[in-house]
Structures are given as structure tokens and as C-alpha cells.
Write a new protein. Structure first.
Length: 240
């Protein structure tokens, strides 16, 4: 590692300290969800190390708790994490065209909302070691936050674990409510999604597992929304 790369690596670690602290809090709540899904602390740690994404982990733990099959879990996680494909494409425009393939592949391993945001905000071409530094600081916080969430969930009384589990849903409510207040379409889609999920679970002639039901509704409703309410350039800029 050259002195220049070492400088960017250490800078990335320093800049990622706020991300690390935030990850510890959020992933601890995910650890409670992993415990409720029946995962051991080691299994939860491994899942957090290989998938640093709250939406994907939440979907995975929910499907595991519902007894979904492996294929259903994989498909749902791919759908939940599809936005990272777009982030990867955007980040590819920040690095030098001469960046070796090995660095491109390593950069793609741990693109999260926060790491992506800081990476693309760099004023010049992105040095891969800056992102590596952020990942080195933030990823362990995410993994061990999940790990300790499971451990605490195994020690605390069940009624307290149940109360802490509500925090996971509160986290996602905090994600969807602000944009829903600003955008009627998003609010409408949230209501439609809730109603459709309830209807599918009650209609006896629709025989779908909980995992497959989630996949079908996610793809169908998001696809219909993209077709019926496409973003024009002005709205796209405002959304960004």
C-alpha cells in the first residue's frame, strides 16, 4: 500500500466513525429480529458480515421466521437489495477508468447507503482505499451489533425481547413515514401494500407461502407504481 493509499484508507476510517455508531444501534435491533427467527449468535454474525443491508436482513429474518424456503429467501433479498445495482453503476463513474477489476469487485462487496453517499461525495476521482477504510471501520460495527443483539435477546426475559422487537418495526416506520408525508403516491402505495398483504393472507384460494407472497406483492406493486407513476426529470431531481 502506497503512502497515498494509506492516507485515503485512514481518512475513510475517520469519516466512517459516525456511520459505525449508527450501525451499532440499528444492527442491535436487527439482532433481536435474528434471535426471534431462531438464529444463533454466530449465524447472525455471519449473515451480517455477508449482507450489510438492513432491508435485506430484515426481509431474510422475517422469511426465516415464517419458515420460507431457501429460494424464497434468496429471491426476496435480491429484490430488497436491487437498489445497490444502481448505486454500483453510479460509483463506477467516480473511479478512474483505469481502475483494475480487482478493485472494482472489492468496491462492490460492501456498498451501503451511507458508504455510497460519502464515496460519491468526494470532490475528485474516488480512491478505492477511501471506501475500503470506511468499510473497515463500519462493517464490524454492523456485524457485532447484530451479534450482541442476539446475545442480549437470549439473556433478557421474553417480554423484554418482545418489546425490543417492536423497535425493528419502528425503524422501518421511521424510514417510510417522512417520504410518505411529502409524496401522496408513496403514501398510497404503503396503504395498498398493507391492504394487499392482509387480503392475500386471508383469501383461502390463494395458496402462497409467506415468503412467496412477499415476493409477488413487492414485484407487482413496485412494477405497477413505476408504470403508472413514472418520475419525470423534475420530480427525479427533487427526489434526489
Amino acid at each position: 500500500m502506497s503512502k497515498r493509499d494509506l492516507y485515503y484508507f485512514s481518512k475513510g476510517m475517520r469519516d466512517a466513525i459516525p456511520i459505525l455508531l449508527g450501525y451499532l444501534a440499528v444492527s442491535f435491533t436487527l439482532g433481536i429480529g435474528a434471535k426471534n427467527a431462531g438464529l444463533s449468535p454466530f449465524q447472525a454474525l455471519l449473515s451480517a458480515l455477508t449482507q450489510n443491508a438492513s432491508a435485506g436482513q430484515f426481509a431474510g429474518y422475517s422469511l426465516i421466521a415464517a419458515g420460507a424456503g431457501y429460494l424464497e429467501v434468496v429471491i426476496m433479498i435480491v429484490v430488497a437489495n436491487a437498489r445497490y445495482l444502481l448505486m454500483s453503476c453510479a460509483m463506477s463513474q467516480k473511479i478512474s477508468p483505469k481502475t483494475p477489476l480487482r478493485h472494482r469487485m472489492l468496491l462492490a462487496v460492501d456498498i451501503t447507503d451511507e458508504i455510497f453517499g460519502l464515496s460519491v461525495a468526494q470532490p475528485r476521482r474516488l480512491n478505492p482505499f477511501y471506501t475500503y477504510g470506511m468499510v473497515a471501520a463500519a462493517a464490524p460495527g454492523w456485524a457485532f451489533g447484530t451479534f450482541f443483539g442476539v446475545i442480549v435477546g437470549n439473556v433478557l426475559p421474553q417480554n423484554i425481547v418482545t418489546a425490543l422487537s417492536v423497535g425493528l418495526f419502528g425503524m422501518f416506520i421511521a424510514v417510510i413515514v417522512p417520504p410518505a408525508r411529502k409524496n401522496f403516491v408513496i403514501a398510497l402505495l404503503i396503504v395498498v401494500s398493507m391492504a394487499a398483504s392482509f387480503a392475500f393472507s386471508r383469501l383461502s384460494f390463494i395458496e402462497l407461502s409467506a415468503g412467496m407472497r412477499t415476493i409477488v406483492l413487492t414485484v407487482a406493486i413496485s412494477g405497477a407504481a413505476a408504470f403508472l407513476f413514472p418520475l419525470n426529470e423534475e420530480r427525479r431531481a427533487n427526489a434526489a
